[in-house]
Design a binder for this molecule. Structure first.
Ligand code: ADP
Ligand code: MG
Length: 463
């Protein structure tokens, strides 16, 4: 059986890609086989859950394909890998692992890290499909700094929560492992400190601060040092020193390591060594959840339809979303009236019409779906029943129904004059497949998100 397991997972390697395989599949160990039950061990809870949510079904399919039998997978967490998440005191103690000697206790507890804001916590970070990997991995890093995902690299556009996650990691580590010395710094400050250290002959202090007296290094907006040769060089040495000492390094940037122009290749390669995760613009549901939380904190009475209205019109990033809530509620308070859709519309200069009026057209749905599945729009509208086309067609019909407010007959018409019953069946099929197939669910969510962010995009493109 052990052979079947390793053959199955190795067989999956080309399909999943080497990085995914190394990161999520390889670390699992087969412990025991009891009939059709496979007992595995994962290094930590995060990896167990990520595997269960994203890869378990694929592995089971592969096993079924190879053995014509249905297996169950159960996963334990290896004793050494699990930090106790809610026992602060226990977490601060050296762990009693038989293999590894306990870390030496420093003579004095470290001072609270400078520059970390307690405003940014995990507890007030809203998770959604746009930031799931980044947020879950950040949590894992915060619980077991240096153990896994080192370095951890978070990238994404402005105002999408990178700095928030960085602070949350720092805060969490500081609270649960107060003996660890955390250095949080923007790359710009890092550069300025480096320059003045060189200029005022204080390089020893600089080196001590970043290389010797640092257990966790959090650097925000690393793209800033791209093209600044001496700073990059210094950061390279800091990185190496900390990495070799198995200290946790977390870095954020506005783009992927390889896309930062002017960044040294050797740095790019190191930044890619660990886990690279992105944050995307949040989808509508996440935007609504963020607004509601912000309203709670600021004690703003925010009715559901107003939240939806705001979230529909402010799509670009979270900072703007929060800003618009503040603006609108101030506006309402000045006029001494409750928050309503009309206020939102007046303050933002948009129409107060219900959210269904959001400008997503059937054409944009067809275009986005066709390009995602690499099929032609003409095929979506055509009669071919080949799986590679009928599946995308059904998804496009389903999304058209969900997002454009068009009727079944109208959708049928725009898909090459199909009967409304065809559209109804397609919608039902996609709904029922989604309830079982997480991959399809994710695809549909991703398409929805694409559409939410590019409202009127090229609806007029020729099809
Ligand atoms: P970035 O560093 O990516 O430019 P920030 O981390 O500064 O963005 O986020 C901008 C604002 O949006 C902050 O106030 C932050 O708390 C908030 N924010 C971003 N993402 C989320 C989220 N998922 N949940 C709650 N607040 C968020
Ligand atoms: Mg930031």
């Amino acid at each position: 059986m052990t052979n079947i397991w390793s053959e199955a997972i190795q067989g999956l390697q080309p399909r999943l890609g080497a990085q995914t395989y190394d990161l999520w599949i390889r670390p699992l160990e087969l412990r025991q086989v009891q009939g059709q039950r496979l007992l595995l061990t994962a290094p930590n809870r995060f990896m167990k859950e990520w595997f269960e949510n994203h890869y378990r079904d694929v592995v089971l399919d592969e096993l079924r394909a190879r053995t014509a039998q249905d297996y169950h997978i159960e996963i334990d967490i290896s004793a050494a890998g699990e930090a106790s998440p809610n026992a602060a005191a226990a977490a601060a103690e050296p762990q009693s692992e038989p293999e590894a000697p306990p870390p030496p206790l420093p003579p004095l507890p470290a001072l609270p890290p400078i520059g970390l804001s307690s405003r940014y916590r995990f507890s007030n970070f809203i998770k959604g499909s746009s930031n799931e990997l980044a947020a879950s991995a950040a949590w894992s890093v915060a619980q077991e700094p240096g153990a896994r995902f080192n370095p951890f690299f978070i990238y994404g556009g402005v105002g999408l929560g990178k700095t928030h996650l960085l602070h949350a990691i720092g805060q969490h580590i500081h609270v649960h492992r107060p003996h660890l010395r955390i250095v949080y710094q923007s790359a710009e400050r890092f550069m300025n400190e480096f320059i003045s250290a060189v200029r005022f002959n204080q390089f020893d202090q600089f080196r001590a601060r970043y290389r010797e007296q640092c257990d966790v290094l959090l650097i925000d907006d690393i793209q800033f040092i791209a093209g600044r040769d001496r700073t990059m060089d210094e950061f390279f040495h800091v990185f190496n020193a900390l990495y070799e000492a198995e200290k946790q390094i977390v870095v954020t940037a506005d783009r992927m390591p390889g896309d930062m122009q002017g960044m040294e290749d050797r740095l790019i390669s190191r930044l890619n060594w660990g886990l690279v995760a992105d944050v995307k613009a949040p989808d509508l549901e996440t935007r609504v959840a963020i607004l509601k939380q912000k309203a709670d904190v600021d004690r703003i009475d925010l009715p559901d339809d107003v939240a939806l209205h705001l979230a529909t019109h402010v799509r670009s990033n979270v900072r703007e979303l929060e800003g618009s809530l503040v603006r609108v509620s101030t506006f309402a308070a000045l006029k001494n009236q409750p928050l309503s859709r009309e206020f939102v519309s007046e303050a933002l200069g948009v129409s107060a019409a219900p959210a269904q009026a959001a400008p997503i057209s059937i054409e944009s749905v067809q275009k986005v779906v066709a390009s995602h599945f690499s099929v032609r729009i003409a095929d979506l509208k055509g009669p071919r029943r080949h799986q590679g086309i009928s599946r995308p067609r059904m998804i496009a019909m389903y999304l058209s129904r969900q997002l454009t407010g068009a009727s079944f007959p109208e959708i049928g018409l725009r898909f090459g004059g199909k009967d409304h019953s065809t559209v109804i069946n397609a919608c039902k099929r996609i709904e029922s497949i989604q309830s079982e197939d997480s991959e399809l669910r994710e695809t549909v969510a991703a398409l929805r998100q694409l559409l939410a962010h590019e409202p009127a995009h090229a609806a007029q493109l020729p099809s």
